[in-house]
Design a protein. Structure first.
Length: 428
């Protein structure tokens, strides 16, 4: 083997290969002269390697030398890092969720395990609502809007979609008849208000008691009016992630009626979160698609200059991200600014200690996912002209089915091409 070290060439031999003296090698005069010239050039006088003769009968292709198992195939619908972050959120939130008020004590362990498996869906519902509210908190008034969008809220006789039955299955709840488009129990406004109060009361009572104790250490006198004002202020505070998810769990149990709690929270995910809330433009997106070699990854790499420029301009906060949708003229009667903010929240990496988030901006990978989500619901102006108010969005990837990378890549390419054109400076 020829080697070079410090500008000096030399020949090396392997101890594991058979050796032979150069004089015993059967070479033609021309090859012998060439070998002697090489030895003289590097001042080498050692042995050379000998290759054994190979006959066809004994030749066999060796097996794979590497004993390492092949890398696992990437499932575009299973983002391991994202699911791990959601699991960390569950471990933190479950400490504040009052399961003893939601289920029986003997069912608490099974409910906890079922909730752990489905927590990613409850987190996505939280992200959709909190993104349009006071991220990472949820204003109480936005919970009523979320319930209304999920077709869970009964708005009374003025509700155009409410068809009342003769009898109510549960006090305070309204059951839609079979003629309705969604056959499910609806919650009245007092029901939702009671759920919110029960979800926030324990933790806020502890906060109030600690605050009262600190005040009492400084002063022994406190007026009743001040106490009432403080209580009203506490009750009006926005909800945290765990409190909002607890409201959803209470709604699931109320809608489930006499069903077991595990079955009720599972059906709530299927019929409400996935079946009603997470519809285009907020449908599930294959988060790990960028890790697969293919057209989508090629599109991200080919348009990385546009993505980088857009990230620096629109990825710093929610206001800037909403401006990108305005630049692309995406908002209309079927796609509004609140849905843009929900897409932004869905693309964020879950933070267990969400109240201590250092910034409101997006990372580059998060921004790429958010842009891809926008691209999947973006409609060209030529396509949008003449469409009715009930215009449908382009076809979306379906969870659990193979992702058509070429379709996603083409939509992303078209979106980024239009965005790059919009980002060009206007010349006078």
């Amino acid at each position: 083997f020829e080697a070079e070290e410090g500008g000096k060439a030399s020949l090396l031999t392997s101890r594991e290969e058979p050796e032979i003296d150069p004089c015993d090698v059967d070479l033609s005069p021309r090859n012998r002269a060439g070998l002697d010239e090489i030895f003289k050039k590097v001042n080498y006088s050692g042995p050379v390697h000998r290759l054994d003769d190979i006959v066809p009968e004994s030749f066999k292709i060796p097996d794979c030398v590497s004993k390492d198992p092949p890398p696992p195939e990437v499932d575009p619908w299973q983002d391991v890092a994202w699911l791990k972050a959601v699991s960390a959120c569950f471990d933190l939130d479950i400490q504040d969720i009052h399961l003893h008020e939601i289920c029986h004590a003997e069912d608490e362990l099974s409910v906890r395990e079922t909730l752990r498996k489905l927590y990613h869906r409850y987190y996505e519902a939280y992200a959709i609502c909190a993104g349009t509210s006071q991220w990472p908190l949820v204003r109480q008034v936005d919970i009523y809007s979320f319930m209304d969008d999920a077709k869970l809220l009964d708005r009374g006789p003025q509700d155009p979609s409410a068809i009342f039955a003769d009898t109510d299955p549960l006090p305070g709840l309204v059951n839609l008849s079979e003629a309705s488009d969604i056959d499910r129990v609806r919650l009245s406004v007092p029901d939702v208000q009671h759920m919110i109060a029960r979800a926030v009361q324990p933790s806020r009572s502890r906060e109030l008691s600690m605050s009262t104790t600190r005040v009492a250490m400084k002063s022994t006198y406190k007026s009743s009016s001040t106490s009432r004002i403080r209580n009203i202020h506490k009750e009006a505070l926005p909800l945290t992630r765990s409190q909002f998810i607890e409201v959803l769990l209470r709604a699931a149990v109320a809608i489930g009626g006499q069903k077991p709690t595990t079955e009720a929270i599972s059906e709530f995910v299927t019929s409400v979160i996935v079946g009603t809330v997470m519809l285009p433009p907020l449908s599930p997106f294959p988060r790990s698609l960028h890790m697969l070699a293919g057209e989508y990854q090629d599109a991200l790499l080919a348009r990385r200059k546009t993505l980088r420029e857009a990230w620096e301009r629109f990825g710093r906060d929610s206001v800037a991200f909403k401006a990108m949708a305005q630049v692309m003229k995406m908002c209309d009667r079927t796609f509004h600014a609140k849905q843009v903010l929900s897409i932004l929240a869905l693309a964020r990496r879950p933070e267990p200690a969400h109240e201590e988030m250092p910034h409101q901006g997006l990372g580059y990978d998060e921004f790429c996912e958010a842009v891809a989500r926008l691209a999947m619901v973006w409609r060209r102006s030529s396509q949008a002209q003449g469409e009715s108010e009930a215009a449908t969005f382009p076809s979306q990837p379906k969870e659990g089915e193979p992702v058509k990378q070429k379709v996603v890549a083409n939509r992303l390419e078209g979106f980024l091409a239009r965005l790059a054109d919009r980002l060009k400076p206007i010349r006078a």
